[in-house]
Structures are given as structure tokens and as C-alpha cells.
Design a protein around this ligand. Structure first.
Ligand SMILES: [Zn+2]
Ligand SMILES: [Zn+2]
Length: 264
């Protein structure tokens, strides 16, 4: 039985622990005077972060499929916007009125969302996959989180512009049905997950929690929908300080609301 005090997963300090180099896993919280930790984004996808060029190069082989998939998703969404723009009727002054929100804006907002909620996302995922009682479940299951953008949200803090609708544990084999994925899409998700899982095991981690974020913007017509996956590797020390509960999904939703300073 662990006697360690629970950690505050909503704190700024914890967020720094989860901001890591995707290759060597050094965290912002590991920074010292003599060894500052500055993380730079991959310029291809803006989602992977690295502490050095050396780490980025070392990680490229593992990261490449994910990076390319992400870029392809952005291109697909952007060309859809372009087609919509060309087809759109002119506004009152004869010029096209662009939609309020572009797919790239949503992805930028999601980068900030993931950074902000990564610790509580991990805590929810660890509970969702019931790792305490079923330590191998992360291999075949993921946490599926549905998130929607709040209509006309313009808070200067981008992470507050979304609401979590649901979170649940899903068997990988059920993802195509649950998310309307075709076989090629499904294959790339599974391949991506296997690559991340193997790499993390090689580096000595015990497992990897995959959280699939299904993001929708209901107020944008036609509705924009996109998916993002957040992987978090963990070692045996992580269970200390985690809150283990059956009520994890509601806890997660409540924590997001609290951190966005929205009162119920
Ligand atoms: Zn590194
Ligand atoms: Zn990248």
C-alpha cells in the first residue's frame, strides 16, 4: 500500500513535469541553473517537442509517420476550407466572408489545451484503462475523449474554449465503428500506437496511455471535426500520487471546468 500523499494534478508544477522532450523525456521541471530545459516544437507538426537538435534527429525515424499524418490532416482540412471559400457566396460588399474559425486555429488552440490538461488527462487515462488491476490493458485499449468548442468563445486563454463532453475506455478494435474510421485511417492509428508503445518500452517505461481526442466545432457550418492522439509514457513510480477512482470520467470533466474557472 502506498502511503505517499496525492499529487495535485491540476497544479502548474505538475504541468511542467509533463512538458517533456519527446526523445529523452527530460521535463521542464528537471531544469537546473546549469542545465536549463528549453523545448522546441517540431516545425512540421508543431506537436512534438525536443530539448535539442540531437534529440530531434534521434527521434525522427519514430516520429516521421505521426508527423506526416498530422501534416496530411492539416492539408486536407485546409483544402476543404479553400473549396468552401471558392464556392461561397460573396458578402455584402462583394467579397468573400471567411468562416470565423479555421482548422489551423483549432489545432493551435488544441496545442494549448493539451499542454494545460496533460496531467489530468493522464490521471483520467490511468483510471480509464484500469491499469492498477489490469496492468496490460494499455496495449489493447485507449481512452476516447470527446471535446467540443464552445460557440463564440474568445477567452484569451485558448484552453478554456473547449468543453469535455465524455471520456471512456474503448477497445482498439471498436474504434472504426465508434469514430467512423475507414481501414487506412484505422491502420495508421494502430501503427502509430505500436511505434510509440515499442519506443517507450525500449526506453524503460512500463506502458503508454493513449488518449484519443475527438474534437468538434458544432458552431462552424459545416462542422469541423478532427482527431488528435496524446501519448503519455509512465514508469512504476507514477502510481504514487495518482488518484485512483471509479468516478474518474466525471472527475476529469469537473477538473477541466474548475481549471477553466467555470462554475457549475
Ligand atoms: Zn531530449
Ligand atoms: Zn513533427
Amino acid at each position: 500500500m502506498s502511503t505517499s500523499t496525492p499529487k495535485d494534478f491540476e497544479s502548474r508544477g505538475l504541468r511542467k513535469e509533463f512538458e517533456q522532450c519527446h526523445n529523452c523525456h527530460i521535463a521542464k521541471s528537471d531544469a537546473t541553473k546549469s542545465r536549463p530545459v528549453k523545448l522546441r516544437e517540431c516545425t512540421g507538426c508543431h506537436t512534438a517537442t525536443y530539448c535539442s537538435r540531437k534529440c530531434q534527429r534521434a527521434h525522427w525515424k519514430a516520429h516521421k509517420p505521426r508527423c506526416e499524418l498530422h501534416q496530411k490532416m492539416v492539408q486536407t482540412l485546409e483544402s476543404r476550407e479553400e473549396r468552401l471559400r471558392q464556392r461561397a457566396l460573396p458578402g455584402p460588399d462583394g467579397t468573400y466572408v471567411p468562416p470565423r474559425l479555421q482548422p489551423r486555429d483549432i489545432l493551435d488552440e488544441m496545442t494549448s489545451w493539451k499542454k494545460h490538461f496533460r496531467p489530468i488527462l493522464f490521471q483520467a487515462g490511468f483510471n480509464a484503462l484500469n491499469i492498477v488491476n489490469d496492468p496490460q490493458k494499455w496495449i489493447s485499449h485507449v481512452m476516447l475523449v470527446t471535446i467540443s468548442r464552445i460557440d463564440q468563445a474568445e477567452d484569451p486563454r485558448p484552453w478554456t474554449r473547449y468543453r469535455v463532453n465524455s471520456a471512456e475506455c474503448v477497445f482498439i478494435g471498436d474504434l472504426p465503428r465508434r469514430m467512423g474510421m475507414g481501414p487506412p485511417e484505422m491502420r495508421s492509428v494502430v501503427e502509430q500506437k505500436c511505434t510509440m508503445d515499442e519506443q517507450n518500452l525500449r526506453q524503460g517505461f512500463k506502458g503508454t496511455i493513449a488518449a484519443i481526442l475527438n474534437i468538434t466545432c458544432p458552431a462552424v457550418d459545416p462542422m469541423i471535426e478532427l482527431n488528435n492522439v496524446v501519448y503519455t509514457a509512465y514508469d512504476s513510480s507514477v502510481a504514487k500520487g495518482l488518484k485512483i477512482t471509479d468516478n474518474w470520467a466525471q472527475d476529469f470533466i469537473d477538473a477541466v471546468e474548475r481549471m477553466c474557472e467555470r462554475s457549475q
